[in-house]
Design a protein around this ligand. Structure first.
Ligand SMILES: Cc1ncc(COP(=O)(O)O)c(C=O)c1O
Length: 408
């Protein structure tokens, strides 16, 4: 029995849904145990956290804090640093840009942004640098879809940038960045590094202490967890440089007529009622990953190699980004069917019940640099099967032959 067929029954989504769901970089499906954890919270433990003094409030608060510890352990920092719950990667990124940027970026300062960045990183920093009169420098990727460390070293030397923003894995290209080396290099020039770990979390082991990043963030819904929840890790000492940008209940100790004092860490960064059900679900997501990630990642590698072998055998069918197949190391494939606009091709896949993503993937600057307005993306997950990859490949053939079986 293949790993995909072992794992599928854990996902209620597939019980009566026959779609080949290959859009996992957009969002992953959710295991039943995660859904159950959320429903149980609503049914049995539903109360607000860190406010009331009754038993249910105490239970909900302690369950939420237990998840915080579990997530922190999962990313390699059980005791040190600060882990904040956010509504997702987008809010985490805004937290850094406004929390750190407002306080520290001044006229004439520089920030460095990798060209791969998702709009959720790009836009808050574009706005903050414009507002502050600072400069926003873009670091390109090389033919391997990676930041060139020599180029980066020159830029760091020249700019002494305050902060560098870089994804661990590009959400478009699927390429893994040499993040540990990149961070070491940036730190030599006194530059902080914010790592967008959104696409890395579902596909690889994360150790924030080993890579020594200053900020690291991700969304739960890309790693078999619920929507509306993300996490932002802040390295020890860095929290002093960042101010809470969102103000409200739960993040203060005392409020007077004209002043207020902040609550202790991490709560000072969590204004308002958090998404408690999603946080409880996230605890079950981590349990799921701890149980299945090793086999799951092996399986993803098999699928990646399976599809690559097909692409290499018939290079005339599709164009890959990056072009050289040896640079593809994750189950995220960016491509275009030769001779077809991605907007047209995606309808054929949809008609054949194959779910892919198309367009600019919220990374317009990267697409522009690749001289394309749109790219198709196939992204596999633990439950993806060889059969789905075969079906996908067959549809690529059909489209190229404009097969009469393709009735839209
Ligand atoms: C690399 C990357 N960063 C950030 C985001 C934004 O995530 P969210 O919409 O969950 O905030 C995404 C979503 O696609 C992503 O792929």
């Amino acid at each position: 029995m293949s790993f995909a067929s072992t794992i599928r029954p854990y996902f209620p989504f597939f019980s009566d849904n026959k779609v080949a769901y290959l859009d996992n970089a957009a969002t992953t499906q959710i295991p039943g145990m995660v859904l159950d954890a959320m429903v149980n919270y609503y049914k049995k433990d539903h109360a607000n956290v860190h406010r009331s003094a009754h038993k249910m409030a105490y239970v909900a608060s302690s369950k939420m804090e237990a998840v915080r510890e579990k997530v922190a352990s999962y990313i390699g920092t059980p005791q040190e640093g600060t882990l904040i719950f956010t509504s997702g990667s987008t809010e985490a990124s805004n937290n850094i840009a406004y929390g750190y940027g407002e306080k520290n970026i001044r006229v004439g300062d520089q920030i460095l942004m990798s060209i791969m960045e998702h709009h959720s990183n790009w836009l808050p920093w574009l706005r903050i640098t414009q507002k502050k009169g600072a400069s926003f420098e873009v670091i390109p990727v090389n033919v391997a879809g990676q930041i060139d460390l020599n180029y980066l070293a020159q830029k760091l030397k020249k700019t002494k940038a305050k902060i560098l923003i870089c994804s661990y894995i590009s959400n478009v290209l699927g390429t893994v960045q040499p993040i540990e080396k990149l961070i070491k290099l940036a730190h030599q020039y006194g530059t902080l590094v914010a790592v967008d770990g959104t696409q890395a979390m579902p596909h690889m082991e994360i150790d924030v202490k080993k890579i020594q990043c200053d900020f690291f963030f991700f969304s739960a819904h890309k790693m078999y967890g619920p929507t509306g929840l993300g996490c932002l890790y802040i390295a020890p000492g860095v929290e002093k440089m960042i101010e809470p940008y969102s103000l409200g209940g739960g993040m203060v100790n005392a409020v007077g007529m004209k002043n207020f004092s902040l609550a202790s860490l991490p709560h000072r960064f969590e204004a308002g009622t958090p998404n408690i059900a999603a946080i409880i679900g996230m605890g079950a997501t981590i349990d799921f990953l701890n149980q299945f990630k090793r086999e799951g990642w092996k399986h993803e590698l098999v699928l990646k190699n399976f599809l690559l072998s097909k692409i290499v055998a018939e290079p005339e069918l599709i164009q890959l980004y990056p072009e050289n197949p040896s640079y593809i190391t994750t189950p995220i494939f960016a491509f275009n069917l030769r001779g077809y606009r991605c907007e047209d091709a995606v309808h054929y896949f949809n008609a054949k019940n194959i779910a892919l993503r198309t367009g600019h993937h919220c990374a317009m600057p990267l697409c522009q640099s690749l001289s394309t307005s749109g790219i198709l993306r196939l992204s596999a997950a633990f439950y993806s099967s060889k059969k789905e990859i075969k079906d996908f490949w067959e549809v690529c053939h059909m489209i190229q032959k404009r097969s009469t079986s393709l009735i839209l």
